[in-house]
Design a protein around this ligand. Structure first.
Ligand code: CTP
Ligand code: MG
Length: 228
């Protein structure tokens, strides 16, 4: 049986958020933001390990009591998200056919149900895939003055989310250093191998905390789940 490993890059600095500490450590319902992310992944019965990648210079991780089962920390973060994922993949010593679910630390409103939908859909898939959302709004292309130059058909357009689920060996090959400049997510690296990742419908709630207003939204969503 191949293992199922959640790999969570958390070595970013949160420059767009602009807080004193990286956004993954901001307080959210009395816990660091990524505590919610990591505990959801750990709560998925099919997930064997939850591996978080922080920066070698990280000053925050040890300051919290995480109390999350299956959790391991690797201090091998790199200069880009792709480098953090690649370093983590190398360090976590997986078998080539183990599944890896790469998930942004900053997507803290993930649910167990979303992860289980992704796993159920992909577990017999040759390639793997990702959660993504069909574009709902009308799409405009801007000119350099922020005026509309064109309305773009949204037909067939999806917004990529995470988790992105691929075989460890194949993902490592795809994330080879020389390609890194063109890599924006794991799926794009897999695409460069000529493969076609499967799009599995995600949810709007699985957004990435990027700006301060996103944290307020995450707080409302997580608090409303506690009330149920
Ligand atoms: N990440 C990482 N290593 C990096 C950059 C990003 O592990 N060198 C992680 C972040 O911690 C985050 C995820 O990748 O969980 C998605 O990245 P993003 O939302 O862009 O976070 P930051 O890079 O921290 O934010 P910003 O781009 O605003 O600086
Ligand atoms: Mg970033």
């Amino acid at each position: 049986m191949s293992a199922m490993i959640a790999l969570v890059p958390a070595a970013g600095s949160g420059s767009r958020f602009g807080a004193a500490s990286p956004k993954q450590y901001l307080q959210l319902l009395g816990k660091p933001l990524m505590w919610h992310t990591l505990s959801t992944l750990a709560a998925v019965p099919a997930v064997d390990r939850v591996v978080v990648v922080v920066s070698p210079e990280d000053e925050w991780f040890d300051g919290f009591d995480w109390s999350i089962p299956k959790l391991e920390v690797l201090r091998v973060g790199g200069a880009s998200r792709a480098a953090s994922v690649r370093n983590g993949l190398v360090a976590l010593a997986a078998q080539g056919d183990d599944w890896v679910l790469v998930h942004d630390a900053a997507r803290c409103c993930l649910t167990v149900a979303m992860v289980e939908r992704l796993i159920a859909r992909l577990t017999d898939d040759e390639v793997g895939g990702l959660l993504a959302l069909p574009v709902a709004d009308t799409v405009k292309r801007a000119d350099s003055h922020a005026r509309v130059s064109k309305t773009v058909s949204r037909d067939g357009l999806w917004l990529a989310q995470t988790p992105q689920m691929f075989r460890s060996g194949q993902l490592l090959r795809a994330l080879a250093a020389e390609r890194e400049s063109a890599i924006t997510d794991e799926a794009s690296a897999i695409e460069m191998l000529g493969l076609k990742p499967c799009l599995v419908e995600g949810e709007a709630q699985n957004f990435k905390v990027t700006y301060p207003a996103d944290l307020a939204l995450a707080r409302v969503i997580l608090a409303s789940r506690k009330e149920d």
